[in-house]
Design a protein around this ligand. Sequence first.
Ligand SMILES: [Ca+2]
Ligand SMILES: [Ca+2]
Length: 354
Amino acid sequence: MGRLLALSLLGIALALLGERLLALRNRLKASREVESVDLPNCHLIKGIEAGSEDIDILPNGLAFFSVGLKCPGLHSFAPDKPGGILMMDLKEENPRALELRISRGFNLASFNPHGISTFIDSDNTVYLFVVNHPEFKNTVEIFKFEEEENSLLHLKTIKHELLPSVNDIIAVGPAHFYATNDHYFSDPFLKYLETYLNLHWTNVIYYSPNEVKVVAEGFDSANGINISPDKKYIYVADMLAHEIHVLEKHPNMNLTQLKVLKLDTLVDNLSIDPSSGDILVGCHPNGQKLFVYDPNNPPSSEVLRIQNILSETPTVTTVYANNGSVLQGSSVASVYDRKLLIGTLYHRALYCQL
Ligand SMILES: [Ca+2]
Ligand SMILES: [Ca+2]
């Protein structure tokens, strides 16, 4: 009887694991291929060869790139090179990406930047918030941008137990932000396990010097985050659920869910087109190819534009799609004055004139 019970339990466990594996393949869209959607006036940006996971553009056309992200198990074309922040002036005719100097005292050797966000204070000070993974830990770094010197002055490192696996941030004050955790755990094995078991334990945190709290939870894998132009709504990309959530922001900074837009792709970072309020989404059509890198069958790229997300029928358009022959693993797309920048998790970056 004992053996029969043990065998039954083993059978149930194996069936459950098999079901989860099949579900994971669907969440990764492991068999999806893309049809190319080309843009006519694009070129790869010189100096970006090992990823620019996130891009944020100031209202004056200065674009920041977080480059060189490394994560355990993730492919890298420059595994020994620390990451950095590059800048490009989109007002120039032929802009180039230049690396910003970072003030002394900040540990550059372990700099591993991920999601970024800019914030302009009422006195016009520009802050750059950077998710950092030094030695694969999780911090948020706040820098002051010094335009004349092309440099970043490091102000503050934030660590918190509610920030165990930060992916992206949106700054809402000089030391205030919303952040997504893409996992509940920080340990790589437990991260893998929670993803495999599809626990939906990831969340959004509000951080301020006085208060840190969970403001939204239950995501499969919360990823990109941004704010609507009128500052009333927070948008959150749930990568493995293929969803964009619209959350209403309250005066106490709590969030309540308003709606969910279902898509057919793995959604990464979200940017706002300042001219229209549209959301631009860097997407991974096939997560299997992204996470298990094969140079002969590389990950593809896809950029979506979402118009009128609050309306009953938002319009979703494919702006760009490529099978990996040009651009692999697009994670972000940002636009400024008819110029489009597309960044990737670990590959190159594209500059397009629309
Ligand atoms: Ca961001
Ligand atoms: Ca991301």
